[in-house]
Design a protein. Sequence first.
Length: 349
Amino acid sequence: MRLGVNLGYWGAGMDADNLEVAREAERLGYEVCWAAEAYGSDVPTVLAWVGAQTSRIDVGSAILQIPARAPAMTAMTAATLDSLTGGRFRLGLGVSGPQVSEGWYGVRFDRPLARTREYVEIVRKAMARERLTHEGEHWTLPLPGGPGKPIKLTVHPVRERVPLYIAAIGPKNLTQTGEIADGALVVFFSPEHAEETTLKPLRAGRARVGKDLAGFDLVPTVPLAVGDDLDALADHFRPYTALYVGGMGSRDQNFYNRLAQRMGYEKEAAEIQERYLAGDREGAAAAVPHRLIDATTLIGSPERIADRMRAYADAGATTLSLAPAGWDLDQRIAGLRVAAEALDRAGLA
């Protein structure tokens, strides 16, 4: 199992710190550094900045939002970043959510699976430097009846095939991801629930194209905090868990809430959402069960973290994308170092 680091969103006064986190991760032998976007910092700018100041670690988008860019633009960006970094770019895609898609980008959040499949088809074709033609439900290239003509990408990616990942949570999305992608970016991944929530639909998708999970990169993003007081460490992640389970998306379209329900937390997920949407964020955080946080994070002593890493590996995770907690750079760097040592201790490096 490999290690990655997730820088999250750029900004919030931590820009210099995030760069140092990426550099330290590279020094420690981490494989990939991911960056995110929502409606603040954009991923390509961040990864170009990080990629210019590192030399070995891969840089990945977790995610480039599908409603934000035409698929040909994403292919251009991916090819450019792969070229600039000497073949170190990984392309992660996702549809975002209805509030961001419709509120920020003005793109209807309709048929997200079909839109993703079509998007990936166009990106793959453009990245292969084929003359770009496509006839689909969401895109037609070139547009009919006009001056457009089939053209091909002029930038040459370093690699023949840039790894393509999809952010997936629900069973149907995971099945499609197993079919059309090289890897899956997942969150709130619990080793104890992985077979039903994640692996089963992924296997179904791989089987559709005559493949199994060999060579498929399953990448959970896992918050990390080191210490001896498990309750205090779990409390650190209560607001984060409450935000996603309770407030990310609408009452009817919250993928994270549905995931918590599939993990057996139906009653708790409903309470968290009810409190969060009513404006009681502290109450929502307090309603998050300790066992849900413990199951979806790496918290505790180095020995305990090593044990949990074995559980993640046994559950099929191939790359752990760590999000080290801490109010300052020293704490985050310390977390990265403990995790690297724990991977060795677990015999997984």
